[in-house]
Design a protein around this ligand. Structure first.
Ligand code: BEZ
Length: 251
């Protein structure tokens, strides 16, 4: 299986939209001063810092050493920990959990949901956003087609893009009560004429793995996707988002 390697500076420079969109989640969560909030999958730390700026006591966790190193460098005042969401071991009693653009990297969804639920106090709330059913269908479909034509084995992507019912069931099984869920298209601008190529280099290892010349594969793939994803002045990723909120029942 292709291993995702994170390049935190490129992530911050070229993929800052991930964090920008995460700002909406903070509005949804409505953090209050003094609340203990867990940022589940904090990446390079920007949303954790925004939560802290709102007066929360934040713990950010991420399973990537590169991301945590960069987050600590940027925000040395924050409590940022290297930890795997599938087997999270944090002190419980958080008032809220926020998770942005992380849960689709974890096919073991019940384990991640159980960790987040265990972290919350009764009455605590969760706001999460991840790639939802139908996410990057054009990108994945074109990659599969190209792989078949080149005689490469099937791509081994393990992204998890659930629909509302599926993910609600995962959270309910973990003991949370779902209070709202939205599945919506969010075509996402990939900045620069090399926007899609940059995205593929950053995130697309599962789609390009095994290609004898990955750069050539990316060039062919972007050529193929140009008629679909290059319009109105640039590249657009065909993102679909699942946003979901839940609470841990008190009784
Ligand atoms: C996403 O945010 O939807 C995503 C990012 C990278 C790879 C796959 C999906």
């Amino acid at each position: 299986m292709a291993v995702q390697r994170w390049a935190p500076r490129v992530y911050d420079d070229r993929h800052s939209f991930v964090t920008r969109y995460g700002g909406d989640l903070i509005d949804e969560l409505a953090p209050r001063p003094g609340e203990r909030i867990l940022d589940a999958g904090c990446g390079t730390g920007e949303l954790a810092a925004a939560l802290a700026d709102a007066g929360a006591e934040v713990v950010g966790v991420d399973s990537s050493p590169e991301m945590i190193d960069r987050a600590r460098e940027r925000f040395p005042h924050l409590d940022l920990r290297l930890a795997d969401l599938r087997e999270l071991d944090v002190e419980p009693g958080f008032d809220a959990v926020l998770s942005n653009a992380v849960l689709h990297w974890i096919p073991e969804a019940p384990a991640a949901a159980a960790s987040m639920a265990a972290a919350l106090r009764p009455g605590g709330r969760l706001v999460a956003e991840l790639g939802g059913a139908g996410n990057i269908t054009a990108i994945v479909g074109a990659a599969h087609g190209l792989r078949a034509e080149l005689g490469l084995p099937g791509a081994a992507e393990t992204w998890y893009f659930p629909g509302i019912d599926e993910y609600s069931a995962v959270l309910e099984e973990a003991g949370l009560k779902v209070t709202g869920a939205w599945l919506f298209d969010r075509p996402t601008r990939l900045e620069g004429e090399d926007g899609l190529a940059s995205w593929l280099h950053m995130f697309g290892a599962p789609l390009t793995s095994g290609a004898p010349d990955p750069d050539d594969f990316v060039t062919r793939l972007t050529d193929r996707l140009r008629p679909v994803l290059h319009h109105t002045g640039g590249w657009w990723a065909d993102y679909v988002r699942l946003r979901i909120s839940a609470v841990k029942p008190t009784g």
